[in-house]
Design a protein around this ligand. Structure first.
Ligand code: PNS
Length: 173
């Protein structure tokens, strides 16, 4: 639980496969509340990733470069252990649609219950990004759709370099 003496460091964890405009909106808003925000890329996501950990972290570094107080890092293992290691006192998550809530709420309870428990603060997605997720971006792109409204330019460039056929091959493996 947060004590007044805790350092003002928050962790925003995720797969970021790839980072979307919705993630970026949460990062900007969270960074305005917390002087230090660690955006933490999970290195062993439950789903098989499209982008490597390095690609995901490099893209985040590029798109967050102008946001004061934001650092990008990678982690594996338990999120609460990582949060404690970073001497952070809070997890930040974005909530898009109602169906996010059930999963995120149980994760928040779990992360508070575990030894060294950490609280989670939810930021509601801005309306214009509430329908955007990394998985929908991957899906639209793999089917030849336009994702330029959904992701930062740097991500678009990387996705185009990989190509939708590369993406389909990777996902069907
Ligand atoms: O962007 P995602 O895929 O929704 O992020 C999920 C993430 C990385 C936040 C979650 O999988 C996670 O916290 N993984 C670390 C392992 C862990 O601590 N699991 C138990 C509590 S969630």
């Amino acid at each position: 639980m947060i004590r007044r003496s805790d350092p003002m460091i928050a962790v925003y964890p995720g797969s970021f496969d790839p980072v979307t405009n919705g993630h970026l909106d949460i990062i900007r808003r969270a960074a305005a509340y917390y002087p230090r925000l660690v955006v933490a890329v999970v290195t062993n996501p439950s789903k098989k990733p499209l982008l490597s950990v390095k690609q995901r972290a490099d893209l985040l570094r590029e798109v967050c470069a102008t946001i004061a107080g934001v650092e990008v890092d990678c982690f594996d293992g338990l999120l609460v252990d990582y949060v404690r290691k970073k001497k952070a006192s809070l997890i930040v998550k974005g909530l898009r649609i109602v169906s996010d809530f059930e999963y995120e709420f149980s994760m928040a309870l779990l992360n508070r219950h575990l030894p060294g428990g950490v609280d989670t603060m939810f930021l509601p997605a801005s309306l214009e990004y509430a329908h955007i997720s990394s998985s929908s971006v991957r899906e639209v792109f793999s089917l030849g759709g336009d994702i330029s409204d959904f992701v930062p330019q740097a991500v678009l460039r990387t996705m185009k370099r990989i190509g939708r056929h590369g993406l389909t091959r990777k996902r069907s493996r």
